[in-house]
Design a protein around this ligand. Structure first.
Ligand SMILES: O=c1ccn([C@@H]2O[C@H](COP(=O)(O)O)[C@@H](O)[C@H]2O)c(=O)[nH]1
Length: 271
């Protein structure tokens, strides 16, 4: 099934806008998990299984696997997510983008090697650097627009033709790049005003919103400023606040509780 349809179906069936981020950091694992490939896989699997009922999507972050030499764990994890939680889209957070020939390999990496349903991409090299992702009509391309980090504005806010650069990205993706209807944008929860501005530009296009939880973003403000009229349109992503809610033997229950509480906070704001 196409990514966008799968996401819409999952929003409805789960009644959740929570995207569970999977960023393994062995130093924070409970005592029974080693930092090797098996431990990384088993920890992420347990968290995913415990939180799936509260999730509209999963978002494994590739650097957290690759830095450990645990790409095999990422492959196994995504295969497990598809098998154990069919219908829950998997977004590989890789922030890829490069000259065309390399971007083609990045698209193969995300969609063929790892079998992700969608991948995050960096648009700041221009359209050709993400075209191989855009061309995969059945998969999603989640394009950085206004990122959640403190320095996001250093470049993304530079004013060109009277508008900040990130607004040009939003406009270009919505009006020119989204020819297959498979695009979404990334805007950080840490920037509620920019979320509102981007929503006004892009209509109903989904927005992946990292930055609640460990980065301190306000989930209610995210919904107020950026939900679509039908109360959808968002993937509110949290990683560390869910993954490491407890380092004790109750890690899975604590993760489930954190995911459920985030879902409930968001749903209360959706009204
Ligand atoms: O603008 C962005 C884009 C991506 N991220 C990623 O999301 C998670 C956030 O983790 P938390 O533990 O919930 O803070 C992480 O994988 C980032 O690489 C982002 O934070 N901001």
């Amino acid at each position: 099934m196409q990514f966008m349809q799968a996401l819409k179906d999952r929003w409805s069936s789960s009644n959740s806008l929570v995207c569970v981020g999977l960023d393994p950091e062995p130093a924070k694992f409970p005592r029974n998990f080693a930092g090797d490939e098996e431990g990384v896989f088993a920890f992420c699997r347990d968290i995913a299984d415990a939180t799936a009922q509260y999730a509209c999507a999963f978002k494994p972050q590739i650097a957290h696997f690759a830095a450990l030499g645990a790409e095999g764990a990422l492959t196994r994890l995504i295969a497990h997510l598809h098998a154990a939680h069919p219908g829950v889209p998997v977004i590989l957070d890789a922030k890829r983008g490069d000259i065309g020939s390399t971007a083609e390999q990045y698209a193969r990496e995300a969609f063929d090697r790892y079998a992700a349903d969608a991948v995050t991409a960096n648009p700041y090299l221009g359209r050709d650097s993400v075209q191989p992702f855009l061309d995969r009509a059945d998969r999603g391309v989640v394009i950085l627009c206004r990122t959640s980090n403190k320095g996001a504005g250093d470049l993304q806010d530079l004013v060109i033709d009277g508008r900040p650069l990130y607004q040009h990205v939003a406009e270009k993706v919505a009006n020119e790049w989204n020819t297959h209807g498979n695009c979404a944008l990334v805007v950080g929860a840490t920037w509620p005003e920019q979320l509102r501005e981007v929503r006004a530009i892009i209509g109903d296009m989904p927005i992946l919103v990292p930055g609640v939880g460990a980065q301190g973003g306000d989930a209610e403000a995210v919904v107020r400023n950026a939900a679509t009229k039908d109360g959808m349109g968002l993937l509110v992503s949290s990683s560390r606040a869910i993954l490491y809610a407890s380092s004790g033997d109750d890690y899975a229950e604590a993760a489930a509780r954190a995911a459920r509480e985030l879902r409930d906070t968001i749903n209360a704001a959706r009204g």
